[in-house]
Design a protein around this ligand. Structure first.
Ligand SMILES: Nc1nc2c(c(=O)[nH]1)N[C@H]1C(S)=C(S)[C@@H](COP(=O)(O)OP(=O)(O)OC[C@H]3O[C@@H](n4cnc5c(=O)[nH]c(N)nc54)[C@H](O)[C@@H]3O)O[C@H]1N2
Ligand SMILES: Nc1nc2c(c(=O)[nH]1)N[C@H]1C(S)=C(S)[C@@H](COP(=O)(O)OP(=O)(O)OC[C@H]3O[C@@H](n4cnc5c(=O)[nH]c(N)nc54)[C@H](O)[C@@H]3O)O[C@H]1N2
Ligand code: SF4
Ligand SMILES: [Mo]
Length: 884
């Protein structure tokens, strides 16, 4: 009998409900929770593959001091002693916590309480600074509070959805599916996507505006000016509920020529968008990192909100600005005040009354009275020695922070660094003095809040492995050791949640948006049974509306919302030496720095190496062909990645994913190229608009390998590792020709001496192949060529699981060709059912003309649906080819 546990997906901010089933043999499977209001049973490819990422391979299972196993007491004593000494000698601002939107609310609450109320500094910041800070700042400027007004249902009720700076199909796939389904049910619904790239999200778009980098403020200013002259302007709403319209309108004025210049869009498209927005009352504008991660991110947010305020389209069904949160608990982090400029429970650090109230509630000796250092400033302070002890928890800043090499050097030079992680070897854990093993998803208990303010339980369904302990426990133990035993005496997350809920309701009386006081007295049984609910839920009040601001009442002192006058000037960043705009972001099947999704062969099969999307015209100008390697430089760093030529990418720009790390590739940490330029209001770095140059990387030869074991100490200028069924796949490039292929393999692949090799080389072409067998098992096959290796990746990976008893099958491996009768599936498109592009093409040729028909034949696209847009693209491609 399997035991089912209802929990929440640990990836994106959609916050899908998951049912985890543990079978008798301990095997885990996951499925969508049909009762969870975020997903109603759906899951995307990452959520569906959760069971593949929870094995213990690579986990850190005991505390480590200087790389050696240590006991918890020893490690915690050391952390407390070093933090205590540093604070005593250099003051509370000489220490810092750098935490994460992937912590549970309970972890976050304890971290923030310890730093702001007991250590007495506000030097706690989070990777949410890289993610949601501009939305927070924009909300606070407009509403007087950090409130997401709407809910997911609005996406189904809207007649127009504007998606700006959001690749929803890949980054919030279940919301994308909900919208796609709504559009099928109601084809009149319109969707506009605003993104410099033609992403997979454009698959459902009626209009795609390929906006120039950072053209958003100009576009929404243009929209505001347009609305001001149209019947859509809601003058009575503006008069009754807002301030500042005149100034915002004045700042919005620009000529059509300026608008075209700033946005790079044709006038026709701009007018079409303005017209749609003007004439559609039910409009939701969703935005994510193309908006937030900008030097003008807060202004972008307010430019959007201005348009909703001007039309009074906020807080009503199917209307409103909608900030899509990235991480599973970005919202919970904001609720607990885990940003350097916030206080707990949506109270304001700059407000003395709020500070006094929190201090009284916590009965704390102190309370931080000025903002702490924001992420970028924090690592600068680490670099220049102002921060002398740093605790990094549930984030990998050596990969994800801008100017990543400088961040790496700063951490390496910091006198005392604690890292809490679930994995032993990440680019950041490598720099820890003390490494603390955290319990991960499935092992820990607590709550998370999704993009629509819905609080759900994450529940443990596995025992804590080894010595791993929850993050809140680690923090509380250090708090106790710093002398605050009573304040950190929690026995379980339920107690922390109850305290957090009580604080949210404490002296609130409707003055603060975040109020879940109804749960202030929750006990262990109540916490165990807690079902997903949306805030607010004040004590003694029946659960009310799921939307804010329908009554026109905002949280500024006068109860009115603010228009913010925003500046549309687009920074010119490219230079003569760095003439291309680098844009960065995500791919469908990977999560951030690969520590979890990189464990799944299925997920790793979609895009298996770091790449740069480049427009074919730019590529040809630069002499770059498809599958070449490309070296990209900025003043702060350089990477080498695969070139992926695609007209989806606008001319003059490149897109490189953020995922690859030093653990997975030779030189692909894209944040080494990103300068630490931030939005002056929010402190959020501009991660999407970087000036770079690019050139073809001339390799002497290229390689591709499949191997049962992970290679070690690769020293070629380019290599990229990915999990594959039965082992690993490795892309390689060599600077000088390899003289002795066999010796090179034996050095890097830990081959047993008795492994038999079979090789082949062609002096004329420079092609060489070598394979190693032990009995029937293929251990390693390496294909080297003077051009990017053309061997079918999936066929080669398949060989790791095939028997090779006779010389015919062994020679077939070395020949690098699928044997007769066995078709090559091609690159994975559908990761749920491992269906490759060639299979889809064959099915199209055999008559499947729709995504549904492909689904019926191959199952592809019928589970999570994340690949449906790609399948449609393949069908279209085949039909175009057939017509030519
Ligand atoms: N598969 C997957 N899903 C994820 C994550 C993941 O790692 N993998 N991470 C989660 C997290 S933490 C986050 S924050 C979200 C991020 O979710 P998204 O913000 O949707 O994802 P990104 O790919 O970072 O960027 C979105 C889009 O912004 C566009 N863009 C760049 N510059 C501009 C601009 O100037 N204007 C406009 N309008 N658009 C621009 C980019 O081309 C890109 O397509 O995803 C969450 N979901
Ligand atoms: N260039 C560029 N850079 C970016 C972005 C971009 O779009 N472009 N996006 C930015 C954004 S929006 C974000 S959110 C960040 C994300 O960047 P990071 O937060 O650095 O990335 P993750 O890989 O999610 O790191 C989470 C770490 O926590 C560990 N972990 C997992 N579960 C637990 C747990 O329960 N406890 C503990 N203690 N550890 C755990 C994981 O193994 C991993 O090492 O990247 C930012 N950086
Ligand atoms: S959309 Fe996918 S990644 Fe996001 S919460 Fe749902 S299943 Fe998880
Ligand atoms: Mo994020």
């Amino acid at each position: 009998m399997a035991t089912d546990t209802k929990t929440t997906c640990p990836y994106c901010g959609v916050g899908c409900g998951v049912i985890a089933s543990v079978g008798d043999a301990g095997t885990v499977s996951v499925r969508g929770d049909p009762d969870h209001p975020a997903n109603f049973g759906r899951l995307c490819s990452k959520g569906s593959a959760l069971a593949e990422t929870i094995d213990l391979e690579g986990r850190v299972l005991t505390p480590e001091i200087a790389g050696k196993p240590a006991g918890w007491d020893e490690a915690l004593d050391l952390v407390a002693a070093r933090f205590g000494e540093t604070i005593a000698e250099h003051g509370p601002d000489s220490v810092a916590f750098y935490v994460s939107g992937q912590l549970l609310t309970e972890d976050y609450y304890v971290a923030n309480k310890l730093m702001k109320g007991f250590i007495g500094s506000a030097n706690i910041d989070t990777n949410s600074r890289l993610c949601m800070a501009s939305s927070v700042a924009g909300h606070r400027r407009a509403f007087g509070s950090d409130t997401v007004p709407g809910c997911y249902e609005d996406l189904e009720l809207a007649d127009l959805i504007v998606l700006t700076g959001s690749n929803l199909a890949w980054c919030h796939p279940v919301l994308y599916q909900r919208i796609a389904a709504a559009k099928v049910a109601r084809p009149a619904m319109k969707i506009v996507v605003i993104d410099p790239r033609r992403t997979m999200t454009c698959d459902i778009a009626d209009l795609h505006l390929a906006i120039a980098a950072d053209g958003d403020v100009a576009l929404f200013n243009g929209l505001l000016a347009h609305l001001a002259g149209s019947p859509a302007l809601d003058q009575s709403y503006i008069a009754a509920h807002t301030q500042g319209f005149a100034d915002a309108f004045a700042a919005a004025s620009q000529t059509m020529a300026e608008l075209i210049e700033a946005t790079g869009l044709p006038a026709m498209q701009i007018r079409q968008f303005f017209q749609l927005f003007e004439t559609t009352e039910r409009v939701v504008t969703c935005y994510s990192q193309g908006v937030n991660q900008s030097s003008g991110g807060s202004d972008k947010v307010n430019a959007i909100i201005n348009c909703h305020l001007a039309t009074g389209r906020i807080g009503r069904p199917g209307m409103g600005p909608f900030s899509l949160t990235g991480q599973p608990n970005a919202m919970g982090g904001r609720e607990t005040g885990g940003l350097a400029n916030m206080l707990a429970a949506h109270m304001a650090l700059e407000n003395p009354e709020h500070r006094e109230r929190v201090k009284r509630f916590w009965q704390s000796p102190v309370i931080a009275d000025r903002p702490g250092l924001k992420a970028v400033e924090m690592f600068q302070a680490v670099a220049d020695g102002r921060i002398k002890a740093l605790w990094i928890m549930s984030t990998n800043p050596v990969v994800s922070m801008p100017d990543a090499d400088a961040v790496k050097a700063a951490i390496a030079a910091c006198p005392f660094v604690v890292v809490s992680d679930i994995m032993r070897d990440t680019d950041t854990t490598r720099l820890a003095h003390v490494l603390l093993p955290a319990t991960g998803w499935g092992e820990k208990d607590g709550t998370v809040t999704n993009s629509e303010r819905r609080i759900s339980r994450q529940r443990a369904f596995l025992p804590a492995p080894g010595e791993a302990r929850p993050d809140w426990w680690q923090l509380a133990e250090v708090g106790r050791r710093l002398g605050f035993a009573e304040a950190f005496s929690y026995a379980a997350p339920a107690e922390i949640f109850a305290e957090h809920a009580a604080l949210s309701g404490f002296e609130n009386d409707g003055s603060r948006d975040f109020d879940i006081g109804a749960h202030g007295a929750i006990d262990a049984a109540g916490f165990a049974a807690l079902t997903p609910f949306q805030w607010p839920q004040p004590s003694g009040v029946e659960p009310q509306d799921t939307r804010f601001f329908a009554d026109g009442r905002f949280y500024h002192a006068d109860g009115k919302a603010r228009f913010v006058a925003v500046d549309a000037a687009v920074p010119l960043r490219v230079t003569e030496t760095h003439p291309l705009v680098l844009n960065t972001g995500r791919v469908r099947d990977h999560w951030h720095t690969l520590t979890r999704t990189g464990k799944s062969a299925r997920l790793s099969g979609h895009l298996a190496e770091p790449f740069a999307e480049i427009h074919p015209d730019d590529a040809s100008r630069l002499g770059i062909r498809d599958a070449d390697l490309v070296e990209i430089d900025s003043p702060t760093g350089s990477v080498i990645v695969r070139a992926l030529l695609t007209p989806r990418q606008a001319r003059g720009g490149l897109f490189v994913p953020m995922h690859w790390t030093d653990a997975f590739a030779a030189r692909a940490r894209i944040d080494t190229l990103v300068p630490s330029l931030t939005d002056p209001v929010s402190g959020q770095p501009a991660l999407k608009h970087v000036a770079v140059s690019a050139r073809r990387f001339a390799a002497a030869s290229y390689g591709f390998a499949v191997s049962t074991v992970k290679p070690q100490n690769l020293d070629t200028p380019y290599w990229a590792l990915a999990k594959a069924n039965g082992g690993w796949r490795v892309e390689l490039a060599f600077e000088t020709p390899l003289d002795d292929l066999e010796a090179w393999c034996r050095i890097h692949f830990a081959l047993p001496a008795e492994a038999e090799s079979l090789g082949y080389s062609d002096r004329m072409s420079g092609d060489a192949r070598i394979a190693f067998f032990l009995g029937e098992q293929l251990l390693l096959a390496l294909f080297v060529a003077s051009q990017p290796v053309a061997v079918s990746r999936n066929w080669a990976i398949g060989q790791l699981s095939e028997p090779h008893a006779d010389s015919r099958t062994r020679f077939a491996v070395v020949a690098g060709r699928p044997g007769a009768g066995r078709a090559d599936p091609g690159a994975t498109v559908c990761s749920c059912f491992s269906v490759g592009v060639n299979q889809i093409v064959s099915a199209v040729r055999a008559g499947c003309g729709t995504v549904e028909a492909i689904g019926a034949t191959l199952s592809a696209g019928t589970n999570c649906g994340s690949c449906r847009a790609e399948i449609r693209g393949i069908i279209d491609g085949c039909q175009v080819a057939a017509a030519e």
